[in-house]
Design a protein around this ligand. Structure first.
Ligand code: PLP
Length: 391
């Protein structure tokens, strides 16, 4: 007799990561000695700046090794609140801030404390792949409102509003966006704010984790600054991973209404407790230190993004909406091509090229490439992709 599953309904419903199979296959091929060119990275290729590392080492040497307050080191919460007030024009105090294990835990905690079973979460597509799963884990239903490469991935505001029902509780905004690299301008956020005003039950989650990674001439706008009257319904997710090259530190934050922050902090106190105490000292140093390191890394991604964009635009059959931020490009495959999973499998087997299938982000006609790799790797990837599409 087959053994009954040990898993909860929640675990059974969890979508396994679509990208995992490709990553595992790329690793296996590499171990077999194949020359693999990977464009699938979702993280900076820089080391964390020295002054941040040193602050954390000093904290360890000073004995900052014990439990701390679940909501985060008070000084760090204060520094984040100051940053939000000063740089993002979102008036904040420490009580509006929760320090989390990466932006991921900020989103997870927020969804857990504001969503009820049956609630709907409106997610413009293409989207970062964890949003729908986190909504489901909170018992809610993700509702995707797609946008197309042909339309520059512009949000379809009419479709978005038409998708709102009395059960719609949350709207997700992500600018600069993963995977498209799209940056919302002030007018688009203002139009979204008009929609949110018409639906008083709606909360907004604004994921601004790529805030500092912008093409020259682009500006980052925070939704809560564009619509200050909606600030008490808006929650900011941000973190140190992308801007300061601190992915492994697991340092992010959630900011918004103090009552919700208190509930999210209670949840954190019963699950993971505080974020690593000496890592938080590194984050404090990052916020207090010069932003030169952030600017210099952003400028390096810009050069590499331009190289990637020019190369992709020169390949026959691909349609690319040039990304304006983050460190990805999300070209559309030729209409004749198979779905993105099959395309990525062929790219890996035939050309040793590892890409992320667009299906993981809700658009099966695209693939994602990272520019957080060397100029040589970008050139190599472009040649492999060009060869593949020429066949
Ligand atoms: C859009 C977006 N939001 C949030 C995150 C989570 O970042 P963190 O590493 O801080 O958990 C990522 C990471 O890839 C991301 O791309």
């Amino acid at each position: 007799m087959p053994r009954p599953s040990l898993l909860s309904h929640r675990a059974i419903a969890l979508e396994p990561s679509l990208t995992l199979a490709i990553t595992a296959r790329a690793k296996a091929l590499q171990q077999e000695g194949r020359d693999i060119c990977s464009m699938s990275a979702g993280e900076p290729d820089f080391n964390t700046p020295d002054f941040i590392v040193e602050a954390s080492i000093k904290a360890l040497q000073d004995g900052i090794t014990r439990y701390g307050p679940a909501a985060g080191d008070p000084e760090l919460r204060e520094a984040i609140a100051e940053k939000l007030s000063r740089d993002n024009q979102i008036a904040s105090q420490a009580s509006n801030v929760l320090v989390t294990n990466g932006g991921k835990q900020a989103i997870f905690n927020l969804f857990q404390v504001v969503l009820n079973p049956g609630d709907q979460v409106l997610i413009p597509g293409p989207f970062w792949l964890s949003y729908p799963e986190m909504a489901r884990l909170a018992g809610a239903e993700p509702v995707i409102v797609p946008s197309k490469a042909e339309d520059g991935f512009r949000l379809d505001l009419q479709a978005l509003e038409a998708a709102i029902t009395p059960n719609t509780r949350m709207l997700v905004i992500n600018t600069p966006g993963n995977p498209t690299g799209r940056v919302s301008d002030r007018a688009e956020l203002a139009a979204l704010a008009d929609i949110v005003r018409r639906h008083p039950q709606l909360l907004v989650m604004s994921d601004e984790i790529y805030e500092y990674l912008l093409e020259d001439g682009e500006t980052h706008h925070s939704f809560a600054a564009v619509a200050p009257d909606l600030a008490e319904r808006t929650f900011v997710v941000n973190g140190f991973a992308k801007g300061w090259a601190m992915t492994g530190w697991r340092l992010g934050y959630l900011a918004g209404d103090a009552e919700v922050i208190k509930a999210a902090s209670a949840l954190q106190s019963q699950s993971t407790s505080n974020v690593c105490s000496f890592a938080q000292r590194g984050a404090l140093a990052a916020l207090r230190g010069s932003k030169d390191c952030v600017r210099s890394m952003a400028s390096s991604y810009n050069q590499r993004r331009q190289q990637l964009v020019a190369g992709l635009q020169a390949i026959d059959g691909l349609t690319l909406i040039p990304p304006k931020g983050a460190f990805y490009a999300f070209p559309k495959l030729p209409d004749s091509s198979e779905g993105s999973m099959a395309f990525c499998k062929t790219a890996l087997e035939q050309e040793g090229l590892a890409l992320v299938p667009g299906a993981a982000f809700g658009d099966d006609r695209c693939v994602r490439l990272s520019c957080a790799v060397s100029h040589e790797t970008i050139e190599d990837a472009l040649q492999r992709l060009g060869r593949l599409l020429a066949h």
